[in-house]
Structures are given as structure tokens and as C-alpha cells.
Design a protein. Structure first.
Length: 49
């Protein structure tokens, strides 16, 4: 399995006391444009999969 790497910039935005938004944008190794955005929410413990 290979993981795509975005070369560029990123920002973390505080949404509220339990949530942040993580954004990364730039280009992939092959030169195509890329953006990644994810909301991350605080949890009391690590989830069990």
C-alpha cells in the first residue's frame, strides 16, 4: 500500500472546544492538485476497532 503525500500548506481551525478542522492543500507527487479536509472531534478514549 502506498500513501499519497501532499506537498503544500495546511491549516488547523478551532471549531469549538471539542472540534478542530484540519485542511491540507497543494500538489501530489505526480503533480496533480490535492486537498484534504477533516474535522477531528475530541474523544474520552481511543476507539476500539
Amino acid at each position: 500500500m502506498t500513501i499519497a503525500k501532499i506537498v503544500g500548506k495546511g491549516h488547523i481551525v478551532l471549531i469549538d472546544k471539542n472540534t478542530i478542522n484540519f485542511v491540507q492543500y497543494g500538489v501530489l507527487e505526480n503533480g496533480s492538485a490535492a486537498i484534504f479536509s477533516e474535522n477531528l472531534t475530541r474523544v474520552n478514549e481511543i476507539p476500539v476497532c
